[in-house]
Design a protein around this ligand. Structure first.
Ligand code: GAR
Length: 197
């Protein structure tokens, strides 16, 4: 059975989708949910699900990313994960952190990468007049929002969409895609999953 640690920064809806999927014959189980924000509401959800949680507030580190990560890594390593899932984790990682977990670290991003790395992905898709949008799961490498593709889900952009309505449509797909990718990945199959048009 593979051990999965999940990093979050906020509500953790993707984390909940991952946790709920890891039952029965799934080849993995959640062992830790950690956040850079002690007030992240996802921590309570993880706790309610009976999963160990940890919070390392990044703010007292005042921009010293390496020192923040050293504290976070102590919690992660103590949980002995085989796989690390970033699920709405909104801190940029140092090359040292990436090197430590590369090859076993996944991320979900709310765009059809390589389009729109970074923030404000839905507004950028709307501004560009894109006919479709979506989300991507990929292995994390030292380049932000880059790395080998593990899955992609597409949704249509509809007339009258705002970034909020589009984000909600994409998020529903995130909750399908990330668990599907994790199940396949944890079973040793790194070939990509594709959903949608
Ligand atoms: C999700 O839409 C996720 O794709 C995005 O943050 C949201 C987190 O929601 N991640 C990024 O933008 C990473 N660059 P959640 O906390 O409800 O899962």
């Amino acid at each position: 059975m593979k051990r999965v640690a999940i990093l979050i920064s906020g509500g953790g809806s993707n984390m909940v989708a991952l946790v709920n999927s890891m039952t029965g014959d799934h080849p993995a189980r959640p062992v830790l949910v950690a956040s850079n924000d002690p007030r992240a509401s996802g921590l309570e959800k993880a706790c309610a699900a009976g999963i160990a949680t940890a919070a390392v507030d990044h703010r007292p580190f005042q921009g010293d990313r390496a020192a923040f990560e050293t504290a976070l890594i102590a919690h992660i390593e103590a949980a002995e994960p085989d796989i690390l899932c970033l699920a709405g984790f909104m801190r940029v990682l140092t090359p040292g952190f990436v090197a430590r977990f590369q090859g076993r670290m996944l991320n979900i991003h709310p765009s059809l990468l390589p389009k729109y790395p970074g923030l404000h992905t839905h507004q950028r898709a709307l501004d560009a007049g894109d006919p479709e949008a979506g989300c991507t799961v990929h292995e994390v490498t030292a380049v932000l929002d880059d790395g080998p593709l593990l899955g992609q889900a597409r949704v249509p952009v509809l007339a009258g969409d705002t970034s909020e309505t589009l984000a909600a449509r994409v998020l529903r797909e995130e909750h399908r895609l990330y668990p599907a990718v994790l199940r396949r990945y944890a079973g040793g199959d790194h070939s990509p999953v594709f959903f949608g048009s």
